[in-house]
Design a protein around this ligand. Structure first.
Ligand SMILES: Nc1ncnc2c1ncn2[C@@H]1O[C@H](COP(=O)(O)OP(=O)(O)OP(=O)(O)O)[C@@H](O)[C@H]1O
Ligand SMILES: [Mg+2]
Length: 249
């Protein structure tokens, strides 16, 4: 059974159909990659799923709950988190403070019944656990904005994990990274699949083919093909519109 199902999603910008009847599902523990040329509609689709943009048609279900008309904030509460193409890190704050803020924002009532001391301890413990998940436990005191780009992206992932997502949306997590940082991010995403299903948008095809269980290819707002890595690699139309050509950005 699918954890996440988007059905017949539509988004129009004036006369342009940026998302054209897109259906997509993600199973528990699955990494589903979304690829396609520039302007194919990948970010628009992620914005529809996360609730940043209202859809003009279609539906979105996560774990049996219909999210289609919910606010972005409510979708996060129901288990849908995203990392942004532009990082959401507070650059002037320490890594620990960034994590504490995120943990506090998502803790709801879980620490409220404890005294103030133990509540603070609980938040701190959870923040440290998140730092550990992304390999930032040694940098808790560093000012986030002074960290290298690749490390800030890891913090961004940890902030998204603070909400304990069932589905994590990653929009170009390797953007602007060199090969070493990209490989570290691939390893991090591979570890995350045990905690959340992942919808991954990425132009780095080495990363996509290493990580994805399934790949959907968007072209002009439509799903051109969807299947496992072998199917996509050998798909003639996909080769023609995307894999065959050198990426121009
Ligand atoms: N807010 C908007 N208003 C009008 N047109 C838009 C808007 N956002 C996106 N578009 C158009 O919708 C189409 C899909 O854009 P989108 O950003 O979703 O593509 P993408 O696949 O994410 O591209 P990229 O690989 O460059 O990130 C493009 O033609 C784009 O110009
Ligand atoms: Mg995009």
């Amino acid at each position: 059974m699918s954890l996440f199902v988007a059905q017949d999603l539509v988004k129009r910008f004036g006369g342009l159909v940026a998302t054209d009847q897109v259906s997509l599902s993600v199973g528990p523990g699955e990494v589903h990659a979304l690829i396609g040329p520039n302007g194919a509609g990948k970010s628009t689709l992620v914005n529809l799923i996360s609730g940043l943009l209202p859809a003009d048609g279609g539906s979105i279900m996560l774990d049996g709950v219909e999210l289609t008309t919910m606010s972005a904030h409510d979708r996060v509460r129901h288990g849908l988190s995203r990392c942004f193409q532009i990082t959401s890190v507070f650059r002037g704050d320490s890594v620990l403070d960034n994590l504490l803020l995120a943990v506090q924002a998502h803790s709801g009532s879980s620490f409220r019944c404890l005294g103030r001391r133990s509540a603070e301890g609980g938040l701190r413990e959870r923040a440290q656990e998140l730092a550990h998940k992304v390999g930032l436990e040694d940098r808790l005191d560093r000012v986030a904005g002074t960290l290298p780009h690749g490390v800030q992206r890891k913090l961004d992932v940890a902030l998204a994990l603070a909400a304990r997502p069932k589905l994590l949306l990653l929009d170009e997590p390797m953007a602007g990274m060199g090969p070493e940082d990209s490989q570290q991010m691939v390893e991090l995403i591979a570890r995350l699949r045990s905690e959340a299903a992942i919808l991954l948008i990425e132009h780095d095809m080495d990363a996509v083919f290493q990580l994805a269980d399934r790949i959907s290819v968007l072209d002009y707002g439509k799903v051109l093909a969807s299947g496992d890595t072998t199917y996509i690699r050998e798909h003639p139309e996909v080769q023609a519109v995307y894999l065959g050509v050198e990426e121009v950005r």
